[in-house]
Design a protein around this ligand. Structure first.
Ligand code: F6P
Length: 350
């Protein structure tokens, strides 16, 4: 690449703690590269900012002091430049040409990086950084935001344990996890959950209730049930409410299965039951140390990929090392739970 290379940066999809750490790492490591002397332009609100040409300068000064801050200084959205048959590539190309941008770093989950792959296939130089609290992206052992979400949920389960015990109640904790139960299982294990329901395994409500009854027969007076928002009952076993609308990528808005479970468990077992939906609390606030370090390493890796001209790649972490994987491979299918991990959690259902 020639001297003074302009790089565009955006964050898309659901926000999560660690996005600012990634933005900072991209800018700081790029600015430290004396050979290329990069300049950075941030796009506002994900792909929306690229399509509408809404930008924000990213400098050493504007990215200072953000390492520990949750959210994203660039804003985000679930805008899909290809929605309703639109020619997203033409719109993106026009903006990049206007600003003489020679590379684009997209920080996002399956949808944002899906757009990045589409653009790459159309000849636009793009590199991806994986983030999603759901941890369901292929090509990486961990995504930015996941560790923080697990810690937030673990803290919540700890708190719910003491009130469950005081009242002899069943506490249902609904957590995020659309396709995969990573948060439910990791936080459920860390918090000592007595049952964990995940999208990967259809559950039978009667089996769950039998398990809770047996537990209580053995002298336990309370239980904690963790359920991922995307958990699905076995066919014909429990009626659930449909999602309340779709986003620009066609995903149903989830949430509420915890309330259905509260009612079903209370009616079937007679145990007093309460549901807590943790919702967007899981995506808010300061990132854990692990997420800050992951975001920093992936941000630095992204700029190394840009410098090497390795476009169409996503940075990932594998066996402790930062790796470059083709976006197409990372996005082929969601990364679902390791069955062995779930079986380990089951051993402690009590
Ligand atoms: O980003 C992933 C996620 O947190 C999912 O777990 C959840 O279903 C979804 O985002 C919620 O999205 P929104 O913030 O748009 O309601």
């Amino acid at each position: 690449m020639t001297a003074k290379t302009r790089v565009g940066v955006l964050t898309g999809g659901g926000d999560c703690p660690g996005l600012n750490a990634a933005i900072r790492a991209v800018v700081r490591s790029g600015k430290a590269d004396a050979e290329h002397a990069y300049d950075f332009i941030g796009f506002r609100d994900g792909w929306a900012g690229v399509v509408a040409d809404e930008t924000q300068e990213l400098t050493l000064a504007s990215t200072a002091g953000i390492l520990h801050r949750g959210g994203t200084i660039l804003g985000t959205s679930r805008t899909n430049p290809y929605a309703h048959g639109k020619d997203g590539t033409a719109a993106v190309k026009a903006t990049l040409q206007r600003h003489h941008i020679e590379a684009l770093v997209a920080i996002g989950g399956e949808d944002t990086l899906g757009v990045a792959l589409h653009l790459h296939n159309d000849g636009i130089p793009v590199v991806g950084i994986p983030k999603t609290i759901d941890n369901d992206l292929g090509g990486t052992d961990a995504t930015i935001g996941f560790d923080t979400a697990v810690q937030i949920v673990t803290d919540a389960i700890d708190r719910l344990h003491s009130t469950a015990e005081s009242h002899n109640r069943v506490m249902v904790v609904e957590v995020m996890g659309r396709h995969a139960g990573w948060i439910a299982v990791q936080a459920g294990m860390a918090g000592g959950a007595d049952a964990i329901l995940v999208p990967e395994r259809r559950f039978d409500i009667e089996e769950v209730c039998t398990h809770l009854r047996r537990r209580h027969e053995r002298g336990r007076s309370f239980s904690v049930v963790v359920v991922a928002e995307g958990a699905i009952p076995a066919q014909g076993t429990m009626h659930t409410v449909q999602g309340t609308g779709k986003d620009a990528f066609g995903h149903e808005r989830l949430g509420g299965i915890g309330v259905t479970l509260e009612r079903e468990i209370e009616q079937r077992t007679g145990f007093e039951t309460r549901a807590t939906i943790l919702g967007h609390i899981q995506r808010g606030g300061t990132p854990t140390a692990a997420d800050r370090v992951l975001a920093t390493r992936l941000g630095v890796g992204a700029m190394q990929a840009v410098a090497a001209g390795h476009f169409g790649k996503m940075l990932g972490i594998h066996a402790g090392k930062v790796v470059e994987v083709p976006l197409a491979d990372a996005l082929r299918e969601p990364k679902l739970l390791d069955p062995a991990l779930y079986e380990t959690a089951v051993l402690f259902f009590g």
